[in-house]
Write a protein that binds this ligand. Structure first.
Ligand code: GCB
Length: 608
């Protein structure tokens, strides 16, 4: 994990933020010659055209934008570049200029005017660098990004390269076992932003509550402080209407605890008439030498998360999760951040009465997380480890890095109520025990304020990982992968399995983390038959019966449908245009099941 903070770029009186989103130049390195770009220096600094390029939108996955199969299925290296202007008044004398990528999948190298400035591995997480000394002020500059989508046994997630025989000779294709398409490209916004010389580099906020009083605990780190100065810190807290609730200046104010009398708490959706209440935590840093203050405003929700042998509590009240597994996935843009889809999804969340999602199977865009914070949607925040196998020291290090970067990014978010360290790892293998013990203790070292979970899919008797978790998530596809069509097996199988898990781990709360059935939107069949809308609805219903019985036992704390919406996968015969387990279609319209789930989720919200 690179040193320093990863605060989201926010405009203020001291910070300019510009986006480099738009249409970039794009080209592929031939699969058989992945070095062509570096050999021919496609990252050169001339401002003339860099060669034969095609237009490519940013942010977006590149796979589904063109009509070419070879681009969609490309394995290896691609290049993006564009030019941009840097205003003269950003001159190095007064500011620092930073370049930040929300996510580039999978591995990235970035050049500014021909200088290599940063590299990042493991998509789905932001990376940034100060690039002041590489820029031409009051002039045009070029940024070039190399992206490599290849997955290996020691990448997160894992994949392997396979050779197949074709009419054109041997060809290397990417194979992987996880069930979503390995979209690639510059997936999230690219920002150019400024800070003063002395700037707020990072902050860690935790909150607690005592009666009607809320507390905001903060720890700040500054960047660019010279030995000749002692920066002054001023902290203000504003309520959602912009009124000051606290104001304080401290000469060594890097750490502190602020009391907010009669605090409005952050509550999940439908647990309060005004869920997701956020204060603004405003930091002003005054450095003596350069004279420019830095001002940064961070939204803060005051809430507590506690957990015990049987439940998880927010502000002292036990939660029951009415949720979904999701994906960042949409037609044409793939995993590219798309504001219409983002806002539509949260509107559907409200409509369906859901209160939680898991960022299956990788961290989601910060812009999405902001919405979860503000709407009171609880998030189980998952790192990009899915289907982990072949445990090794290198893999362990990368897995921990991904969690370190995730926690650094999301630690201040009230919506994040749990960290998920894996989805469907091969937890029956002997090595899984010490591997995950190590992973979980690393997370605990970084954040003690949230429970740790994982989505497990092996049988309770062979699993070696649940013992290390605070909350156990179970994925199971009764009447789908197990006895397809046999709806009459569901209730009993679910109740027995969960009872067995709890018997083995009597001190842990359980969540049904995945269950569901594919339904091809518009396919109707009575009596219910697999793939029909009727079947999907009935399958969920049978699960509801089991959950209602399990809920009474006191340690079953939530149900999460797989999936919120249909999504793209690799090509395989059980996948018809992708995975169709969504209760919404890929273009975010309800299937029959969505109306059914809506009735249940609102009824549950009233009852609990
Ligand atoms: C699972 C995986 C999920 C798949 C799902 C399915 O267990 O966790 O990524 O999409 O099953 O539909 O097969």
């Amino acid at each position: 994990v690179s040193p320093g903070g990863m605060l989201f770029p926010r405009e203020s009186e001291s910070r300019d933020v510009r986006t480099l989103d738009g249409v970039w130049n794009f080209r592929l390195c031939p699969e058989e010659d992945p070095e062509q770009g570096s050999r021919e220096r496609w990252f050169h600094q001339d401002l003339t055209q860099t060669g034969e390029v095609i237009p490519m939108p940013v942010p977006a996955s590149y796979n589904d934008v063109t009509t070419e199969r070879y681009i969609r299925e490309h394995v290896g290296v691609v290049y993006y570049d564009r030019t941009f202007f840097v205003p003269a008044n950003w001159d190095a004398g007064s500011s620092r200029v930073w370049l930040r990528f929300g996510s580039v999948h999978y591995a990235a190298k970035v050049w500014i005017n021909g200088h290599l400035v940063m590299m990042h591995e493991i998509g789905h997480l932001p990376f940034e660098k100060e690039i002041t000394s590489k820029l031409r002020f009051g002039a045009k500059n070029r940024v070039t990004v190399e992206v490599d989508n290849t997955l290996y046994q020691q990448s997160i997630p894992q994949g392997r390269l396979v050779e197949i025989k074709t009419d054109m000779g041997l060809k290397t294709i990417q194979s992987y076992t996880f069930d979503f398409f390995n979209y690639a490209g510059i997936h999230r916004p690219v920002y150019l932003y400024t800070t003063p010389h002395t700037y707020l580099d990072d902050m860690t906020i935790t909150t607690d509550v005592d009666g009607s009083t809320g507390y905001i605990n903060y720890a700040l780190t500054l960047g660019g402080v010279t030995s000749r100065e002692t920066p002054r810190i001023q902290i203000d807290v504003l309520d959602a209407d912009g009124n000051f609730v606290y104001s304080h200046t401290d000469h060594d104010g890097l750490k502190g605890r602020i009391e907010v009398p009669d605090a409005r708490l952050w509550w999940p959706y439908l647990m309060d008439p005004d869920p997701g209440y956020m204060y603004t935590f405003q930091v002003r840093v005054t450095g003596h030498i350069w004279g420019h203050d830095d001002v940064y405003r961070q939204p803060v929700g005051i809430r507590t998360v506690e957990w015990n042998n049987s439940t998880v509590l927010i502000n002292g009240r036990p939660i029951y999760i009415r949720g979904f597994g999701k994906h960042e996935d949409a037609n044409i843009r793939g995993k590219g951040l798309d504001y219409p889809t983002l806002v539509r999804d949260f509107n559907l969340f409200k409509w369906v009465g859901g209160n939680a999602f898991r960022t299956s199977h990788y961290p989601y865009a910060e812009e999405i997380m902001d919405f979860a914070d503000r709407m009171g949607i609880m998030v189980i925040d998952e790192c990009p480890s899915v289907d982990t196998e072949n445990y090794s020291a290198t893999l362990l290090q990368k897995h921990k890095d991904s969690l370190g970067e995730l926690i650094r990014r999301d630690k201040n978010r009230p919506s994040v109520i749990m960290w998920s360290v894996a989805n469907e790892a091969r937890t029956q293998l002997a090595d899984a025990d010490s591997y995950f013990k190590n992973v979980v203790s690393y997370v605990k070292q970084l954040d003690k304020t949230r429970p740790v979970t994982a989505a497990l899919s092996r049988q309770f008797y062979e699993d070696k990982v649940a013992q290390h978790l605070d909350v156990v998530g179970v994925n199971r596809y009764n009447a789908w992968y197990i006895y397809p069509g046999r709806l009459e097996t569901v209730r009993l199988a679910m109740e027995n399995e969960l009872a067995n898990w709890r018997h083995k781990h009597p001190t842990k709360p359980f969540i049904m983390m995945e269950y569901g059935a594919d339904a091809y939107s518009g396919l109707h069949q009575l009596p219910e038959f697999v793939w029909s809308e009727e079947f999907q609805t009935s399958l969920l219903s049978e699960h509801f019966k089991a959950f209602d019985n399990l809920r009474k036992k006191g340690w079953f704390i939530g149900e999460m449908i797989w999936n919120f919406a249909d999504f793209m996968t690799a090509q395989a015969y059980p996948r018809v245009g992708g995975n169709k387990k969504g209760i919404f279609t890929r273009d975010r319209q309800p299937k029959s099941a969505a109306h059914h789930v809506r009735r249940r989720y609102f009824a549950l919200a009233q009852e609990l």
